[in-house]
Design a protein around this ligand. Structure first.
Ligand code: SAM
Length: 330
């Protein structure tokens, strides 16, 4: 069984947002204080998420990533992971994206529950710059989270940095050195127009090409594999054989929509077929109406058939997404 869209792309990856709330205020995501939050009764319960995930896996979803907002703000995430693990072996991989703030105290429980992988956001290696970018003085805690992820065996530990001109692009070589020293996968993401402050400007985007060139001026890289498959990142190893890896995610300057295998479920139960969708599909409404499983399946299949062919960030007619990143789930 496989979910296929109208452009013959197979959908294997589901990102589930557990909450639209976040304890960070990253300027490129959620800069303007607390936005209107989804009403609590609109949030999917863990039982509803489990049910939806079960249906998605029966339709061929192989990877689930829990995200947000900050997913670890939600209580009992390890319990949800334990439930999702029961969907294996159809489900092959359960991952979490977090800012790391609460990760150390949950790391052991998440490992025991069966979480496979973790990605931690790390936007600066300078604690003052980190605080400026994220709005919170939590650099040491993020480093603790990275150490905890390694200690509990969430290998390979992936770190995400959104690179924005004038804010952290001067740290690219430091990040690469950090990847080597800590033997982690350091991934650089181009800034996308998904910030709630609508401050995105094309001049702030540091292209994947520029990122690679800056790193290569000090640490020559070799690309891993000829194709990216349905992954978002081009991967590179260090040519001198040092440990660690570099990943470059360039959705703005090197669009990869043709290979997209992703679909998203927001915390309030809306299916989004693209980060930049202007339309959502109300799965929560269908589930809560007491619909039969076959109707839920038909609803998901119909939603996937409406998956957008590509994003339009680079078109003059670009219309911003109907919701911003912290609501969508990155
Ligand atoms: N709170 C978690 C975290 O900090 O990783 C998970 C949610 S966060 C929205 C997921 C990822 O989206 C993070 O790596 C974040 O840096 C990235 N992100 C947020 N806004 C972005 C933007 N405007 N452009 C590119 N990436 C963005």
């Amino acid at each position: 069984m496989a979910l296929r869209d109208a452009y013959n792309r197979t959908i294997r990856d589901l990102r589930i947002s557990l909450t639209d709330r976040c304890n960070f205020r990253c300027f490129y995501c959620l800069p303007d204080g607390e936005p209107a939050m989804a009403r609590k009764d609109t949030l999917l319960s863990f039982e509803e998420i489990e049910y939806a995930a079960d249906v998605f896996v029966s339709l061929g979803i192989e990877k689930i990533r829990l995200t947000g907002g900050e997913p670890l703000i939600r209580r009992d995430v390890p319990k949800l992971v334990e439930k999702l693990v029961k969907l294996k072996p159809g489900l092959k991989d359960i991952a979490l994206t977090t800012n790391g703030f609460d990760f150390p105290r949950h790391a052991e429980a998440l490992k025991l529950a069966g979480l496979d992988r973790v990605t931690i956001s790390l936007d600066s290696l300078d604690s003052a710059n980190f605080a400026e970018i994220t709005g919170i003085d939590a650099f040491d805690r993020t480093i603790e989270a990275i150490d905890a992820a390694k200690r509990y065996g969430f290998e390979p530990v992936k770190l995400n940095a959104v690179i924005v001109r004038g804010r952290n692009d001067h740290e690219l070589v430091d990040f690469a050195r950090f990847a080597r020293d800590r033997a982690v996968s350091m991934r650089f993401i181009e800034f996308m127009p998904l910030d709630s402050g609508h401050g995105w400007d094309r001049n702030m985007v540091v292209s994947g090409r520029e990122i690679r060139d800056a790193i290569e001026s000090v640490f020559p890289l070799e690309r891993v594999g000829d194709s990216r498959g349905s992954e978002t990142a081009w991967k590179y190893r260090f040519a001198d054989g040092a440990p660690g890896e570099i990943g470059i995610i360039a959705p703005v300057t090197e669009m990869f929509c043709g290979q997209c295998s992703r679909i998203r479920l927001t915390a309030d139960g809306q299916i989004r077929t693209c980060l930049f969708s202007t339309k959502e599909h109300d799965l929560r409404g269908i589930i809560r109406s007491g619909a039969a499983r076959s109707e839920v399946v038909a609803f998901i299949e119909a939603a996937v058939l409406q998956k957008e062919p590509r994003h339009y960030i680079n078109d003059p007619s670009f219309t911003p997404a109907s919701r911003t990143m912290s609501f969508i789930g990155g």
